[in-house]
Design a protein around this ligand. Structure first.
Ligand code: PLP
Length: 402
C-alpha cells in the first residue's frame, strides 16, 4: 500500500477554477471577472510606472542579495507603518509600534494569527464578517484561533447589516478578537461610513474587543491612501491597541512580489520591543526572513518624494478607472437597458469587487451562454471590465435576469 494511499483529493480552489474555465473557453467575447487583480483599459495586467522606475534604480545601485533581518527591511517597515497610521500618529511618534515585513497580506494575517494564538491573554476566538475573504477562515483556524462569525451583509438591501453586526459583537464575550476589513470589503464591496466606524469604535471599547484590521486595499478603494486609512487611524486615535495587516499587492501592483507588513500598537517603546522580540520568535521557524526585492521596490517608492507623488497619482488612476466602470455599468443597466431590479449598489460599493446580487443560476447562465466568468456568489471584479466589454457585459446581465 502506498504511504499516501489514504490521502483524499481536496476540492479545487473556487477562484482558480474560474480562471481554468475561462482559459479553456475559445469565444472571443469571453470575460474573466473572477480574478482579484487589477486590469488596465485593455484588459491587461498593469505594472505601475513607479515600480518600473524603482526597479531601474535598484538595478543601477547593484545591490547585493544578502538576507534581510527576521522582521525585514527596517526602512520599508517604518515607511509602511507611516503610510497606514499617518505621520502624526501617537504610537508611531512614540516608537510604540512593533512592525514586521511579511509575505504580503496573507503572510501578515498568518503572523498575526500565530501571535494572537500564543500571546493574547483573553479568549482566543476571532469574529469574522459573513461573508469574508474565503481564505480568512482556514487561515485563522490553522493559526490556532477559534473562528466565529458576525453578520455583515444584508442580501435584501445588497448593503451593510449594521444593526446585525452590532448585535453580534455586543453578544460576543468580552475580550474577543474582531477582524475588520479596513476598507474595500472583500467580497461585498460594502464598507462602513465614517459615522458607523466611530460608533463601532465605541462599541469595541465598551466590550473590550480586540480590533484586528486587514487592510489589503489602502488607496484602492477611494483613490486616496489617507481616506482609506480612516478606520485604522480613528481607532488608534481613540486609544485602541490594534493589530494591522498591510498588503502592497493591489496598491502597488506587486502581487507576485509578496510585499506586506504586520504590526501591533503597544503601550510604549519598551513594551513594543518585547512584542517585537516575540514576533521574531514566530517568524524565524516560519520562513526565517522575508524576500528582498519587493521590499526594495516598495521602499524606494515610499521614501522618494517624487516617486511617492507619482505613485499616489497611479493609485488614483486605478481606483478612478474602477469607479468609472461602476458608474457606466449602473447607467447601462438602469437607464439604457432598463434592466429589472435596483442597481444603486453597483455605484455605492467600493474597491475592486462588487456583489451584484446575481443568483447562482444566473451566474451559471452567464458562464454557459455568454462566456462571462465570476464566482457563483455573484461577485464580480470591476477591474475585469473596460470600455470594450462593458456593454456586452451589461446586455448579458440584462438577458440573464429577465
Ligand atoms: N485580505 C483580503 C481581504 C484580500 O482580499 C486579500 C487578497 O485578495 C488579502 C488579504 C491578501 O492578499 P495578498 O496576500 O496577495 O497580499
Amino acid at each position: 500500500l502506498s504511504t499516501w494511499g489514504a490521502v483524499p483529493a481536496g476540492p479545487p480552489d473556487a477562484i482558480l477554477g474560474i480562471t481554468e474555465a475561462f482559459k479553456a473557453d475559445k469565444d472571443p467575447r469571453k470575460i474573466n471577472l473572477g480574478v482579484g487583480a487589477y486590469r488596465d483599459e485593455n484588459g491587461k495586467p498593469y505594472v505601475l510606472n513607479v515600480v518600473k522606475k524603482a526597479e531601474e534604480r535598484i538595478t543601477a545601485a547593484k545591490m547585493d542579495k544578502e538576507y534581510l533581518p527576521i522582521t525585514g527591511l527596517a526602512s520599508f517597515t517604518q515607511n509602511a507603518a507611516k503610510l497606514a497610521y499617518g505621520a502624526d500618529s501617537e504610537p508611531l511618534k512614540q516608537n510604540a509600534i512593533a512592525v514586521a515585513q511579511s509575505i504580503s497580506g496573507t503572510g501578515a494575517l498568518r503572523i498575526g494569527g500565530a501571535f494572537m494564538a500564543r500571546h493574547y491573554p483573553h479568549i482566543k476566538a476571532i469574529y469574522l464578517p459573513t461573508p469574508t475573504w474565503g481564505n480568512h477562515i482556514p487561515l485563522f483556524k490553522d493559526s490556532g484561533l477559534e473562528v466565529r462569525r458576525y453578520r455583515y451583509f444584508d442580501s435584501k438591501t445588497v448593503g451593510l447589516d449594521f444593526a446585525g453586526m452590532k448585535e453580534d459583537l455586543k453578544n460576543a464575550p468580552e475580550g474577543a478578537i474582531v477582524l475588520l476589513h479596513a476598507c474595500a470589503h472583500n467580497p461585498t464591496g460594502v464598507d462602513l461610513t465614517q459615522q458607523q466606524w466611530k460608533e463601532l469604535s465605541d462599541l469595541v471599547a465598551e466590550k473590550q474587543l480586540f480590533p484586528f484590521f486587514d487592510m489589503a486595499y489602502q488607496g484602492f478603494a477611494s483613490g486616496s491612501t489617507d481616506r482609506d486609512a480612516f478606520a485604522v487611524r480613528h481607532f488608534v486615535s481613540q486609544g485602541h491597541r490594534i493589530a494591522l495587516c498591510q498588503s502592497f499587492a493591489k496598491n502597488m501592483g506587486l502581487y507576485g512580489e509578496r510585499v506586506g507588513a504586520f504590526s501591533l500598537t503597544t503601550q510604549n517603546e519598551e513594551e513594543g520591543k518585547r512584542v517585537d522580540s516575540q514576533i521574531k520568535i514566530i517568524i524565524r521557524p516560519m520562513f526565517s526572513n522575508p524576500p528582498l526585492h519587493g521590499a526594495h521596490i516598495a521602499n524606494t517608492i515610499l521614501s522618494d518624494p517624487e516617486l511617492y507623488q507619482e505613485w499616489e497619482g497611479e493609485v488614483k488612476g486605478m481606483a478612478g478607472r474602477i469607479i468609472n466602470m461602476r458608474e457606466r455599468l449602473y447607467d447601462l443597466l438602469t437607464h439604457e437597458l432598463k434592466t429589472p431590479g435596483e442597481w444603486g449598489h453597483i455605484k455605492s460599493q467600493i474597491g475592486m469587487f462588487s456583489f451584484t446580487g446575481l443568483q447562482t443560476e444566473q451566474c451559471k447562465a452567464l458562464a454557459e451562454k455568454a462566456h462571462i466568468y465570476m464566482t457563483m456568489d455573484g461577485r464580480i471584479s470591476m477591474a475585469g471590465l473596460n470600455g470594450s466589454n462593458i456593454e456586452y457585459f451589461a446586455q448579458s446581465v440584462n438577458a440573464a435576469v429577465r
